[in-house]
Structures are given as C-alpha cells and as structure tokens.
Design a protein around this ligand. Structure first.
Ligand code: XMP
Length: 321
C-alpha cells in the first residue's frame, strides 16, 4: 500500500486543510466536480474541503438509495444548508433495489451497490453536469481492509485496479485517504462542522444493506430501519464507538397472543473500538438490553427474537455484511 498514513498525533488539522484545499483546487483547475454527501463524518469533511476549494464549481448530492436511516436525507440537507452548502437529493431508490434483487451473497451485494452508485448514478450525474471529478471520503482504514481482503469497502476503486476514468468517465479525488476515523473527526471539528456530525458514530457506505443478512428488499430494509431507530435512541448516550441492528435471514418460532408466530430475528451489536480495526462488545447493563428487546419486539412488525452479539472483532466484523 503506497498511501502514507498520517497518525492522529502527527495531524495538524489547520495545515492539512490548507494543503488539501490547495490540492483539490489545483487538480480540478477551472473545471467542475461532484460529490456525494451521506451525512457521515468522512463525506461531510470532504464536502467542506471541496467547497472551500471550489465553491459553486462543486455540486454536492445526497443519493437517496432507499437504504438510509429514517429522515436522513432531510436532516443532512438542512444541516448543510445552515452551513451554506446546497445539497441536491437524487432519488435512486428504484435503481438500487433493482440491482440488489435476488442477491444474498455479501460481496455480491456490495458489488451491486458499488456499480449502481459509481456507474449508473454518478456516471449519469457527471455526464449531465459536465464534471470530470468525483470527490470522496475514502479513509485509510477503508483502503487497508479492502487490500487485506477483509471486506470490500464500497468506496475503494483504484486499489482494486479499477480505472475510474475508463470505467465510469471521471477521476476520483480522495482528500482524507491518509487519515483514520479519529483524524477525520479532528479535521471535521477544525472545519467548523457541528459536534453532532464530527462525533457521529460510523455508518457504512452500503448503509442498512450492510445490516440485512440475505436479500435486501424495501420491506426488509424497513424492518432494519425501524430497529435501528430504536437502537440509536437507546444507545446514543452509551459512549460506545458504534451500535447497530441487524436483520437475520432465518426465522424462529415465537408466540404472540397465545398463537405460534414464525417471526424475524434482530441482532444488536454495540462496540468499543478506536478505529474499527478491532473491537470489543460493550458490557451494556442488562436492564438496557431488556428494554431494547421489549421495544423492538413491540414496535417492529414481525420481530419475535432479539439477541446481543458478544463476539469480539476479530473474528466478528463490526457490520454483518
Ligand atoms: P467492518 O464491518 O468491516 O467495519 O468491521 C469496519 C468499519 O467500517 C464501516 N464500514 C464501512 N464504511 N464503506 C464505509 O465507508 C463500507 O463499505 C463499509 N463497510 C463497513 C463499519 O461501519 C465500521 O465502522
């Protein structure tokens, strides 16, 4: 791996920002660039760097892929509007669900999302806008995990031998590729992003599809989205690195109103970690776990079983897919 990591102790955020703004400006020249904002800390930091460098010559999009958390598109757009950045929402739900139809293999699902995102949606946006560059928030851990063969992070292209110019018709610029999450957080803070953004727990590129085992359908996403909302509400003050809900493929026998109910299973994970490379499950209070099980089985239609993962990473990974 040729990219040189900048460790958090060596990072001088103000200096780094100046360098990256200059770099983006010099690469794009007087041309146009586009970027996708998901509302996570990585893409948020890159959006601000890009706007500092290019102003209106950077078009920022929120890709509504149908796989995001509840209310996310509106929330993110409003937040950036307050920061003076206009974000256009692109409705690509149908395209993503069509690409995911019938797939249950994790890497095939990731590949389908990558292709839909880069080739179909961004290929089109780039052609329509006349942009030649895509700015994105790939970080050092994304590259490392993909190169090591742990998981194909959806934003990794060049390191897998993909020539974006030839395959998708644009070049990719990755201003934060030398930083890990902790570095990106301190950068985001220095860029003036609000704490709810720079301290936000990580969220995967493939979004809730990374938390659905088996086929990803609108209905299965709705189930995991509803469970996610409850998990985030209950665990947002836990101080954990990341917390999530996973929808299993297998059904289990449950009982409701005295009748057999062959229902769905939700698995909860909550992680202590510094950089997501290794992780330990949080020792959550039992009462909190009980509360989670109670709320999820009451409020998420079809769920009859809730479990808590107590496996470390490795051998587990943070996400299920
Ligand atoms: P895993 O599941 O590999 O996750 O242990 C490590 C960290 O990365 C996040 N994650 C992703 N982030 N694109 C991303 O930008 C992805 O494709 C992706 N997959 C996993 C995950 O949430 C965790 O913080």
């Amino acid at each position: 791996m040729e990219i040189k990591e900048i460790k958090i102790e060596d990072l001088q955020p103000e200096r780094f920002i100046k360098q990256q703004v200059k770099e983006v400006f010099s690469v794009v020249g007087d041309g146009l660039a586009v970027n996708a904002l998901s509302g996570g800390v990585d893409s948020s930091a890159v959006t601000i760097i890009g706007h500092k460098a290019l102003g209106k010559r950077l078009k920022t999009y929120f890709i509504e892929n149908g796989l995001m958390r509840q209310g996310e598109a509106e929330r993110v757009c409003l937040l950036f509007k307050e920061l003076g950045v206009l974000v256009e929402i692109i409705d690509a739900k149908k395209e993503f669900f069509a690409a995911l139809k019938g797939l249950s293999d994790p890497e095939e699902k990731r590949e389908a999302i990558t292709q839909t995102f880069y080739k179909n949606v961004f290929g089109r946006l780039v052609r329509e806008s006349g942009a030649k560059y895509l700015l994105q928030g790939t970080n050092y851990t994304d590259v490392e995990e993909t190169v090591a063969g742990v998981k194909r992070q959806h934003n990794i292209l060049e390191q897998l031998g993909i020539d974006t110019q030839a395959e998708f018709g644009y070049k990719v610029i990755e201003p934060i590729i030398q930083l890990r999450k902790s570095g990106v957080r301190s950068l985001a803070k220095a860029l003036g992003l609000p704490e709810e953004l720079y301290n936000r727990p990580p969220f995967p590129g493939p979004a809730l599809a990374a938390r659905v085992i088996g086929e990803v359908t609108p209905q299965r996403i709705a189930t995991v989205r509803a469970a996610t909302k409850i998990v985030e509400e209950q665990l947002c003050n836990s101080g954990a690195f990341q917390y999530l809900a996973i929808l299993h493929q297998d059904r289990v026998t449950g009982v409701r109103k005295g009748k057999r109910d062959f229902g769905l299973q939700i698995e909860i994970r909550c992680w202590e970690s510094k950089d997501a490379l290794v992780g330990t499950p949080t020792r959550l209070p039992y009462e909190l776990l009980e509360k989670l099980a109670e709320r999820i089985t009451q409020d998420v239609p079809g769920v009859v079983s809730v479990t808590y993962n107590i496996t470390k990473k490795p051998p587990s990974t943070i996400e299920a897919v």
